[in-house]
Design a binder for this molecule. Structure first.
Ligand SMILES: NC(=O)c1ccc[n+]([C@@H]2O[C@H](COP(=O)([O-])OP(=O)(O)OC[C@H]3O[C@@H](n4cnc5c(N)ncnc54)[C@H](O)[C@@H]3O)[C@@H](O)[C@H]2O)c1
Ligand SMILES: O=C(O)C[C@H](O)C(=O)O
Ligand SMILES: [Mg+2]
Length: 621
């Protein structure tokens, strides 16, 4: 393959040509130069029952003849557009019937219809998802995915992904070969211990891994044949699930300590043995393990933790956007006073990244790093975190405020959020607490005294009911001169005076697909802090001055494929600069170093899978 690439380049062809050479085996890789046929080793009903190859009513008559399908489908050969239209009738009927607007059972019903399509025709599923991402991301991803996980035992029909359980100890190295795909690019793994803000959902957490990978396909163009959702079932501490005879997971309490680590270690060794180039995204692990596992694996394996690192990057981009929205240069970021509610994996991830970003802007030295921490006040379930706290969590310790200093500010250990907001008068109030309504009327009223010209509220907890406040609450109390972002999608607010209160979705979905894609295409052996920082900076720079002034600090999800391409390009550039990029398929590290910025963007674009039906050619196994 490397030879082919060299040949293609030396004949002064474009990067687009390269893509064709490197993806001879992929199912339906679209290029500007047409489609390569896919080889199938099955015929007849077996094809209709295989979601990777099924085209349903879109099979042409010649293909029906070639693949022994004639007579097995109704005679009208449909265009893909008509096929989607027919499918949409079913989905839209739900909306007509729901008289009281979108309701939870309605969202679940939509998820079921989409999931069934996913089960029978993947190409069409991703066509629908990509074309209407704004409408269906909230169904296959946050917030509905939370409801799906809560109800998974009842919803489970056909398996998707792999389950490694505590019972599989000693077997993982061989069972990993049960997965049918020869190549896997992306794994999203969870142990189900902290699913969104819904707590321990045990084995039912697999839904979150599936939802995240849907975005990898839709936003990053990762080939759906090469993604693998994984659930590591080490038990659950959710007593209701343990009592439920219909629960699908191990009916035991969670493993802990070395027993727990041994399971995760064995899983990592197994997947990296079979697929040495895979990237593993850790998702929704309780904070207790999230940091430890990240430190344990990040220098050895291609992995990252989305809740810690993806969220941090998205928050940084949002915080920089909020500074710009105040009409100030980004370099003023270190002057912002930031109150963070929540000191779990997400909150601490954001705090560490924000502190580092400030320190870099202040001169990137030890003194800057030390002084930056004085911009943060952290409140958790026990109130303001100070050095007076007993049994302080070591990850939160760097942000614990000095008691004397707090005394001067009229604050103390364990002070409530409203007291902290009243005394600090912050520029930013950021919630990653998983407590719905935490930014109460009182807290928002207190924020009226903010010293900022345009205070920012980030109610980032998921799903919807866990948001610290709604945009209506924020805009109605604080007026329209604020910046608002939430983790789950909300509608913009009509402020009634011809003004619109813009609701941004501050969700790690704007970064994780690009981090994964950029890592894959650079061939970087690890995911460095620099690569993550580059991803965040590219997201921040994506928004125009005009947009941020209007309070729009994150792009619309309809642009997610374009943002992801940009983020991936930034990740590749950084990996090359840090000398981490080892190349991908025909593009070796040396060639990669020669690419200009626009060539990197083109390279990314041309490696993004798009759902198109390939011509199918039958060959005996
Ligand atoms: N928007 C996003 O992209 C994004 C990304 C990651 C996580 N999240 C959300 O963030 C939330 C937290 O995730 P996590 O992994 O950090 O969870 P976690 O359970 O580890 O942490 C929750 C933290 O909130 C604190 N808390 C609880 N009650 C509080 C209260 N009354 N006041 C202040 N703090 C309180 C806890 O003490 C803890 O420090 C979840 O809802 C998750 O869905 C959102
Ligand atoms: O899954 C999401 O929507 C964001 C985040 O990863 C979370 O855990 O809430
Ligand atoms: Mg998560």
């Amino acid at each position: 393959m490397a030879m082919l690439w060299k040949h293609v380049r030396s004949s002064s062809s474009t990067l687009k040509r390269h893509v064709i050479g490197t993806h001879l085996l992929s199912r339906s890789f679209t290029t500007t130069e047409g489609h390569r046929p896919s080889i199938v080793h099955k015929r007849s009903l077996d094809i209709l029952h295989d979601p990777w190859f099924n085209k349903g009513t879109a099979f042409s008559m010649t293909e029906r003849d070639r693949l022994d399908l004639r007579g097995l489908l109704p005679p009208n050969v449909m265009s893909t557009e008509l096929q989607i239209e027919r499918f949409m009738v079913d989905l839209k009927r739900l909306e007509v019937q729901a008289r009281d607007g979108p309701s939870d059972p309605n969202a679940l019903a939509k998820w079921r219809i989409l999931n069934r399509l996913h089960d029978r025709n993947e190409t069409m599923y991703y066509k629908v998802l990509i074309a209407r991402i704004e409408e269906y991301a909230p169904v296959v991803y946050t917030p509905t995915v939370g409801l799906v996980c809560q109800n998974y035992s009842g919803l489970f029909r056909r398996p998707r992904g792999m389950y490694f359980s505590a019972e599989d100890r000693g077997e993982m190295m061989s069972m990993v070969y049960n997965w049918p795909a020869e190549q896997v690019d992306m794994i999203v793994v969870t142990d189900g211990s902290r699913i969104l803000g819904l707590g321990d959902l045990g084995v039912q957490g697999i839904g979150i891994a599936i939802g995240k990978l849907d975005l990898y396909v839709a936003a990053a163009g990762i080939n759906p044949q090469r993604v693998l959702p994984v659930m590591i079932d080490v038990g659950t501490n959710n007593e209701a699930l343990l009592k439920d005879p219909l629960y699908l997971g191990l009916q035991q309490h969670r493993l802990d300590g070395d027993d727990y680590l041994a399971v995760i270690d064995e899983f990592m060794e197994a997947v990296f043995t079979r697929w040495p180039n895979v990237i593993v995204q850790f998702e929704d692990f309780q904070s207790k393990w999230a940091f430890k596992l990240l430190q344990r694996y990040r220098n050895t394996y291609r992995m990252f933790n989305d809740d810690v690192q993806g969220t941090a990057g998205v928050a940084i981009a949002g915080l920089l956007g909020a500074v710009r929205a105040q009409g100030r240069p980004m370099i003023d970021f270190p002057k912002q006073k930031i109150v963070v509610a929540g000191a779990g994996s997400a909150g601490i991830g954001v705090l560490n990244a924000a502190r580092k970003t400030m320190a870099r802007m202040l001169g990137n030295n030890e003194v800057a790093f030390e002084s930056a921490k004085s911009q943060f006040w952290v409140v958790d379930a026990k109130g303001l975190i100070t050095q007076g706290r007993e049994d302080i969590d070591p990850d939160a310790l760097p942000f614990a405020r000095k008691l004397k200093e707090m005394d001067r500010q009229g604050l103390r250990e364990g002070a409530s959020l409203v007291e902290v907001v009243k005394q600090v008068k912050p520029d930013v109030l950021l919630g990653l607490s998983a407590v719905g309504g935490l930014f109460s009327k009182e807290v928002l009223e207190a924020l009226k005294d903010s010293t900022s010209t345009r205070p920012a509220i980030f109610a980032m907890s998921n799903p919807t009911k866990n948001a610290e406040c709604t945009p209506e609450e924020a805009f109605s109390i604080l007026g329209d001169n604020i910046i608002f972002a939430s983790g789950s999608p909300f509608s913009n607010v009509d402020l009634g005076n011809g003004h619109i209160g813009h609701c941004n979705q501050g969700n790690n979905m704007y970064l994780f697909p690009g981090i994964g894609l950029g890592t894959l295409l650079s061939g970087s052996r690890i995911i460095s802090d620099g690569m993550l920082q580059a991803a965040a900076e590219r997201l921040a720079a994506y928004m125009s001055e005009e947009e941020v002034v209007k309070g729009i600090i994150f792009p619309s999800i309809s642009r997610i494929r374009d943002i992801t391409k940009e983020v991936a390009a930034a990740v590749i550039k950084e990996a090359v600069e840090e000398d981490l990029a080892e190349g991908y398929h025909g593009m070796d590290a040396r060639e990669m170093r020669k690419l200009s910025e626009s060539e990197i963007a083109e390279y990314v674009k041309n490696h993004m899978w798009s759902p198109e039906y390939p011509t199918l050619v039958y060959k005996q196994d």
